[in-house]
Design a protein around this ligand. Sequence first.
Ligand SMILES: Nc1nc2c(c(=O)[nH]1)N[C@H]1C(S)=C(S)[C@@H](COP(=O)(O)O)O[C@H]1N2
Ligand SMILES: [Mo]
Length: 330
Amino acid sequence: MEFKFKQANSIDYKSVTPEYLFNERRRFLKLGVGGIVGVLSVDSLLADIARELKYKSMSKDEMLKLNGEVLHLTSEELATSYNNFYEFGYSKSDPKKKGDSLKVSPWEISIEGEIKNPMKIELENLISKVNLVERVYRFRCVEAWSMVVPWIGFELRELIKMVEPTKKAKYIQFTTLYDPEQFPMQGGFFGLNIGRNASFLDFPYKECLRLDEAMHPLTLLAVGMYKKRLLPQNGAPIRLVVPWKYGYKMIKSINKIEFLEEQPISTWEAENPKEYGFYGNVDPEVSHPRWSQSSERVIGQRGRIPTLYLNGYAKDVEHLYAGLDRTKLY
Ligand SMILES: Nc1nc2c(c(=O)[nH]1)N[C@H]1C(S)=C(S)[C@@H](COP(=O)(O)O)O[C@H]1N2
Ligand SMILES: [Mo]
């Protein structure tokens, strides 16, 4: 199914960041200078604008380059047939084979917790309230393979502003739909849910970001890729995309978003805290206990390439982790 954009068919690789963000920031800045003393300094606002301008002005060619390196899009065929989605099975080919059981429409998302405007909202209604953008991002799985994907989605911070977090909100947790009729593995093997003892994941799958990570303009809720709606195997109808983190953070088929005061324990962290942490930041210098993370296999290509700190997005996001121990950010 072709994606219907608000801007009809006009979306192309140039529309990396919507104009309104830039204008909105500029208005905010004027107010600040005009005498309203905000929490943020003018300097930090200016730095934000500079960062946003960079995204805004990227042309198609620039967008496919990261730190001077040209990114080659992974073929749509590979990105939609080599997947991790344990609700459908543990093999890379299961999600595509078994994905038909997922009913993606209608799809209601519950947004709750430490916010002023809790809501249950139908996905199409939510999409009509946000600005869809296309972003080409590197994608790095903790298993040391990677790809490059053109996502369609909206900045998570648009949704965050809509629901108005309270002062208590420090984390934002996402939950995948729980329905064993649609996700066969949620019922366990042969309908026998023997839980974590048999090294099942403890479904429903949950993931979490710190609120400032969630507010970063690179963080998306994706509803499409390759200019089409997401297919079940890629996390239809809506999934998280955080390009500087390992793939396991990018939770699929989300139907609950909760704002929390305390840091919760996510699914993989609960499954094996020695191997998966809360942050899941890509770091070539911090090894997985069972393998090195210093290089990666680009799916569809031969050989390996070096892995980059924060997956190549360090300039944009390393300020979020100033003063924190890198070995604890795995
Ligand atoms: N609900 C859910 N989300 C999930 C997973 C999963 O098993 N269940 N796997 C994660 C992992 S480990 C990866 S690498 C990516 C894979 O995304 P892709 O299949 O679109 O490449 O999804 C992530 N999101
Ligand atoms: Mo992964």
